[in-house]
Design a protein. Structure first.
Length: 231
């Protein structure tokens, strides 16, 4: 079902300055910025498909960086990637490196993929703010880093007197150490079961083999000639 563009008509956007103006209004969070972003983004994809100039997408992306709601920013990125020939963050930058690139490297973050095509009709059929970002897989964490973070948190609670015992009074260090030792004893490392497709071979125990060796072999049956009775 196609979404009606009530905020701004698509033919309003004809040059880069039009997208710059829309980006500033969207960044300011005006009432109805969601629909304005929808119209401007579809117009940008159409412009890029026709002229190949991805600069018109940059002011819209910049606008998302001004939003406090990062879920909305991620939803817009997912929506654009879904219906365009762009891929986002191809080098898989993270942390401060990604943050710096967001501010400075638009064209290094948004890259055209040869294996993708524009899907303008698909973009018109879904509101960008309803797109659902994919759940990120949990990444491994260094044990020392995690333990240090927990230690810092516990020390802060102790210093502020916010860590209490069962009697409601601040817990002493000795009792706290006892609690941690008990907790450590309960830690478990999951083990994956070893699967095998081979059937176990039947084996005889030494005792069973010895008994079978001593057992007398069965003698063959003796045939008896029939007795002839005289008539």
């Amino acid at each position: 079902m196609e979404i009606r563009m009530t905020a701004t008509k698509l033919d309003t956007f004809t040059q880069l300055s039009d997208f710059d103006k829309a980006g500033k209004r969207i960044a300011s969070g005006i009432v109805g910025y969601e629909k304005l972003m929808q119209s401007a983004s579809i117009a940008a994809l159409q412009h890029i498909e026709k002229h190949g100039n991805s600069n018109v997408l940059e002011p819209l992306y910049r606008a998302t960086l001004a939003w406090r709601n990062k879920r909305m920013s991620n939803a817009w990125v997912v929506w654009v990637v879904s219906y365009s020939w762009f891929i986002f963050n191809p080098r898989n930058l993270k942390g401060q490196t990604l943050s710096k690139a967001k501010e400075e490297g638009f064209h290094s973050l948004w890259v055209k993929s040869k294996g993708k095509e524009m899907n303008i009709d698909g973009a018109k059929s879904e509101a960008w703010y309803e797109a659902k970002p994919e759940a990120k897989e949990a990444e491994p964490v260094q044990a020392a880093v995690k333990i240090a973070a927990i230690q810092k948190m516990i020390n802060k609670l102790l210093a502020d007197g916010m860590l209490h015992d069962t009697d409601g009074k601040p817990i002493n260090l000795g009792k706290l150490r006892t609690e941690f030792r008990a907790m450590i004893e309960t830690l478990e490392v999951p083990h994956k079961p070893v699967m095998t497709t081979e059937k176990p071979k039947a084996t005889k125990t030494k005792a069973k083999a010895k008994v079978e060796a001593k057992a007398p072999k069965a003698k063959p049956p003796v045939s008896v000639a029939p007795t002839v009775v005289a008539a």
